[in-house]
Design a protein around this ligand. Structure first.
Ligand SMILES: Nc1ncnc2c1ncn2[C@@H]1O[C@H](COP(=O)(O)OP(=O)(O)OP(=O)(O)O)[C@@H](O)[C@H]1O
Length: 213
């Protein structure tokens, strides 16, 4: 069988803050259909690594390539292929939940996004809140909206930092199923998590950062 496409290739990555080296000589190759879970204690460097992977932080050494293109947050090629849920998003305060998803889908070239947006809204259980502004959502609902933004756009690589944050038990179960489906459909996924059930159900490989517990 032909080898699956390499979606993300990280080689010799280093990031230090002053005298503190967070990681060094870190390498990782992720192919289509693989899901990598980053685990490790608080402060191990998971978020720092993910921020480097999405171009929000600059490594001190090493290279990152997405589908063969060197990482740059502003590269249209990268922006087209990489869906991220890293920090809490800065939602537009005057756009409703449904308007956010609609805008995002259209910005990524979907001409008639309504059916897809409706489906994702239903999945994240925000149909009753579709007309609400982000500032009026509960924290878990804001998280659901952030996750929904990743699913109304084209993507070949999904990067998520603790996507389970603030989700209720049903929400974590939904996320697990959704990420498994994404992976099986050929996406490459890299996610940091403290939720063992999510790591176990979604990851094809676990990469532990920092010293062992
Ligand atoms: N801008 C910064 N300046 C200095 N130190 C930083 C900076 N950003 C992160 N760090 C440090 O880098 C280390 C790794 O932080 P990071 O947020 O990547 O950890 P993490 O594994 O995501 O932790 P958690 O599980 O708590 O989310 C921590 O010791 C943190 O204090």
């Amino acid at each position: 069988m032909a080898k699956r496409t390499t979606v993300l290739k990280v080689s010799g990555l280093k990031r230090a803050f002053g005298p503190h080296t967070i990681f060094d000589k870190f390498s990782l190759e992720v192919r289509a259909g693989e899901a990598i879970a980053l685990t490790g204690r608080n402060g191990a460097g998971k978020s720092t690594l993910l921020r480097c992977l999405v171009g929000a932080d600059r490594p001190d050494d090493g290279t990152i390539e997405v589908l063969g293109t060197p990482m740059s947050e502003t590269s249209p090629e990268i922006r087209r292929n990489v869906a991220t849920v890293i920090d809490d998003l800065d939602f537009f305060p005057d756009l409703s939940v449904v308007e956010h998803l609609d805008l995002l889908a259209r910005a990524h070239g979907y001409e008639n996004p309504d059916p897809m947006v409706d489906e994702v809204l239903d999945e994240v259980q925000l149909v009753p809140q579709a007309g609400q502004l982000p500032g009026t959502l509960s924290s878990g609902q804001r998280r659901r909206l952030a996750l929904a933004t990743a699913f109304v756009r084209p993507r070949k690589l999904l990067i998520m930092d603790e996507p389970e944050q603030r989700l209720d038990t049903e929400g974590v179960a939904w996320l697990s199923k959704r990420l498994q489906a994404e992976r099986k459909s050929g996406l490459a996924i890299v996610f940091a998590s403290h939720e063992p059930s999510l790591v176990e159900s979604v990851a094809t490989r676990v990469v532990r950062l920092g010293a062992p517990a």
